[in-house]
Design a protein around this ligand. Structure first.
Ligand SMILES: Nc1ncnc2c1ncn2[C@@H]1O[C@H](COP(=O)(O)OP(=O)(O)OP(=O)(O)O)[C@@H](O)[C@H]1O
Ligand SMILES: [Mg+2]
Length: 373
């Protein structure tokens, strides 16, 4: 309850802060209103800090966990949301009956889902569809090396997807900051996502975001699943698509990621050479282009970035197959390489299953350029 009041209280403070800012810009130092407005502004800032403290404290003492069926939480959230969702927006849920339970505070989880759905609504002022999906996901070592918040294990994933305005990287980087908002004065406090983040963290989980400007956004919430005694075996071989001895050139400036990718690929029937940056990748490719079947490259690297590396490789061999890996807060590379059949994308973080599936798809796509007989 205190948390809810603090959130509303912040709405009021945002309006006071916003308007005192406007008033300040209309007065000059020495002006009769200058000092009073500065005092109002300072007081409101102190109030905002106080509200922030209340939010953190209430979160700590009020957590009451029990085994929770996330489907129930989603259904309850949908009922509550009906009232605040306009006719132009439809929420489509995609739930699975066989989901494991999570150890959670149901009302807090509900708040997370509601906050994300309200943001999705706000991102689609002209209406559209919000998709809410729940599924079980096994995250492995490959995944957790790319996302240090994620320990390998079994998770329940809830994803909320909108087809709204999306976010550019400079906004995406800041969305979990308390009080960060792009909404008009009085419309947003910038606490929805920071609250969601804190709740999910306290449940041992994490949140991933994928967004493309003009296309939409997906938030994925991961909460550890309660595995009744049986911990999923991560080292053991799974039923993933196997390689046929093809040589893969792995390019990444992070040693931990190069290593785990090499280990995964070698365990599933590939040979691997690695390069620590684009320059080295090109040197290796020039020498071994007849034996390298595919290049797996990170988008963001020092010296020569992913795009430049791809272009240089294509100069050497226009048919070179490249799997481009992009990070969370980067521009989606899909538009840069749109229409290029020899380039596919993987969004970080990914599991070995996703990596192996994407590799097979690209390797088995036709080698022949279009129009040749
Ligand atoms: N689904 C989304 N699509 C586009 N932008 C989003 C989305 N979700 C969040 N954002 C951006 O992140 C910012 C922060 O979101 P957050 O929920 O923390 O605050 P808010 O919605 O602005 O205010 P509050 O939730 O406190 O009412 C938003 O102002 C918006 O710019
Ligand atoms: Mg919000």
């Amino acid at each position: 309850l205190a948390g809810g009041i603090a959130h509303d209280f912040n709405n009021l403070l945002t309006a006071i802060l916003g308007y005192s800012e406007i008033m300040l810009s209309l007065t000059k130092e020495g002006d009769q209103f200058y000092k009073p407005v500065t005092i109002i502004q300072n007081a409101a800032e102190k109030g905002a800090e106080l509200a922030k403290k209340i939010l953190t404290i209430t979160r700590k003492e009020k957590m009451e966990t029990r085994p929770v069926d996330i489907n129930e939480v989603v259904k309850n959230s949908m009922e509550l949301l009906q009232r605040s969702i306009p006719m132009s927006i439809e929420i489509v849920t995609n739930l699975r009956e066989d989901l494991p339970k999570i150890k959670a505070d149901p009302s807090q989880m509900q708040q997370v889902i509601m906050n994300l759905c309200v943001n999705a609504r706000d991102a689609m002022p002209h209406g559209g569809i919000i998709q809410v999906k729940a599924q079980n996901r096994i995250l492995d070592e490959q995944y957790s090396r790319m996302n240090l918040e994620a320990k390998p294990g079994s998770y329940v994933e809830v994803s909320i997807t909108d087809a709204g305005m999306g976010m550019p990287p400079e906004i995406l980087e800041r969305i979990f900051e308390p009080f960060f908002t792009t909404k008009a004065i009085g419309k947003g406090t910038g606490l929805g996502l920071s609250t969601a983040y804190a709740i999910v963290k306290s449940h041992g989980g994490f949140i991933n975001v994928y967004s493309e400007v003009g296309k939409g956004t997906t938030f994925r919430v991961y909460i550890p699943a309660q595995t009744e005694g049986k911990v999923p075996t991560l080292g053991e071989k799974h039923d993933h698509p196997l390689g046929r001895g093809e040589l893969i050139l792995v390019v990444d400036d992070e040693a931990a990621i190069r290593e785990i990718t090499r280990a995964t690929l070698e365990a599933y029937g590939y040979s691997v050479v690695t390069a620590i940056d684009g320059t080295e990748a090109i040197a290796i490719y020039v020498e071994q282009k007849d034996s390298i079947a595919l290049v797996l490259t990170d988008m963001m690297m020092p010296f020569l970035d992913g795009t430049a590396t791809v272009r240089a490789l294509q100069k050497i061999n226009p048919q070179v197959k490249i799997l481009v890996v992009s990070g969370l807060t980067q521009n989606a590379p899909s538009s840069t390489f749109s229409g290029e059949k020899t380039v596919r994308f993987l969004h970080k973080p990914f599991t070995s299953e996703t990596l192996l599936t994407e590799l097979r798809l690209l390797l088995e796509s036709s080698d022949e350029p279009m129009g040749r007989h």
